[in-house]
Design a protein around this ligand. Structure first.
Ligand code: ADP
Ligand code: ASP
Ligand code: MG
Length: 327
């Protein structure tokens, strides 16, 4: 078949949360899944920081701010412990998941980010905390997970390309819970996507954006779900799959309610009602862009991707191209 005769592969946005990026086995599972998906669809990846890292960054920041009240030595100790823990976590996982060459390259990226993080934390220790500095610290988690996922894919022969969330996601300067400028973000996302080679698999950090002044902003905790929905809607994706550590949406949080039951399907209206009451286990703004452009979503398990999961289908969604396919 002539390449131009091949059917255009539908765009499927895949969101891998911290639960998926945060362990060696699951990071490997991401590589295997994307490799398989790439045969049928055009995957676009949105990834979160390794599980727990965003909160670790927040706690580290608070520890440094608290130590500032005592002494320079206390600041240095708090900073040292914090940076060592983060470095070890990422270094250990990269060494296990990546090929030796990729691991070596990742170590150098890690070291650059750690230097930048130390500099920001030192600024905070010297001049005090600002919401903008906090955002630039919190963003580090995704900035460290994107290159690890990208390298995982490249090790499997996939042409992964890291996209820059601070260019793509344009926000106001409400640090900590920034509001997205829809028109500007749509323009950036579509312009960027058009420049990508068709075979490439883009990998973008969730949770992060940049203000009109160019300062790094964040979209609120669990913000990667929202980034994934925004990108899926602006690319008119066939669907969005949110891979997480449970096999779908349950009637209640399955970790705390043993009687919770998985739902096969929710209408967008039902899902909205659930989100309002905080029962959906994802960022509250996630559904808005999907409903707006009638993009269907599914929630699947990273451990059992073949299990049916839960579909959230907007009214008027015409071609439902899920990946993994609906069973
Ligand atoms: P991720 O890293 O994939 O974003 P999260 O921890 O943010 O993972 O979200 C997944 C978690 O959401 C599940 O482990 C579960 O405890 C919780 N959760 C809360 N409510 C629900 C629900 N109704 N259905 C499924 N999971 C839920
Ligand atoms: N890493 C961010 C958080 O922990 C965003 C996300 O995971 O969705 O909230
Ligand atoms: Mg989450």
């Amino acid at each position: 078949m002539h390449p131009s005769d091949r059917p255009v592969r539908p765009i499927v946005v895949m969101k891998f949360g911290g639960t998926a990026t945060g362990s060696v086995e699951r990071m490997r599972a991401i590589g295997a899944l994307v490799k398989e998906a790439h045969n049928d669809v055009r995957p676009v990846l949105i990834v979160s920081a390794l599980a727990g890292v965003t909160r670790q960054l927040d706690r580290g920041l608070q520890a440094v701010v608290a130590a500032r009240e005592s002494s320079d030595a206390a600041v240095e100790t708090a900073l040292g412990v914090f940076l060592d823990d983060l470095t070890t976590r990422h270094h250990t996982q990269a060494a296990e998941v990546l090929s030796p060459e990729s691991a070596e390259r990742y170590t150098s990226v890690l070291s650059d980010h750690m230097d930048a993080l130390r500099a920001r934390m030192t600024d905070i220790a010297d001049t005090g905390f600002t919401p903008a500095l906090r955002d630039s610290v919190l963003a580090t988690g995704e900035q460290l997970s994107v290159p690890m996922v990208t390298a995982t894919l490249r090790d499997r022969g996939i042409a992964a390309h890291a996209g820059e969330a601070t260019t793509l996601i344009r926000t106001d300067d409400t640090h900590g819970e920034a509001n997205v400028d829809m028109a500007a973000t749509e323009a950036e996302v579509t312009k960027w996507f058009d420049t990508l080679p068709p075979k490439s698999v883009p990998v973008v950090a969730g949770f992060i954006g940049a203000s009109t002044h160019g300062a790094t902003t964040t979209l609120g905790f669990e913000g990667s779900d929202y980034t994934a929905a925004l990108i899926a809607s602006f690319l008119n994706a066939a669907s969005l799959t949110r891979f997480t550590d449970v096999d779908g949406v349950y009637t209640a949080d399955p970790r705390t309610d043993a009687a919770a039951q998985r739902l096969d399907r929710l209408t967008m209206e039902q899902a909205f009602a659930w989100t309002e009451s905080g029962r959906l286990g994802m960022h509250p703004k996630t559904l808005r862009p999907l409903a707006h452009r009638a993009v269907p979503m599914q929630v699947r398990s990273i451990d059992r991707p073949e299990a049916p999961g839960t579909q959230i289908v907007p009214e008027g969604a015409s071609s439902i191209a899920f990946w993994p396919p609906a069973s």
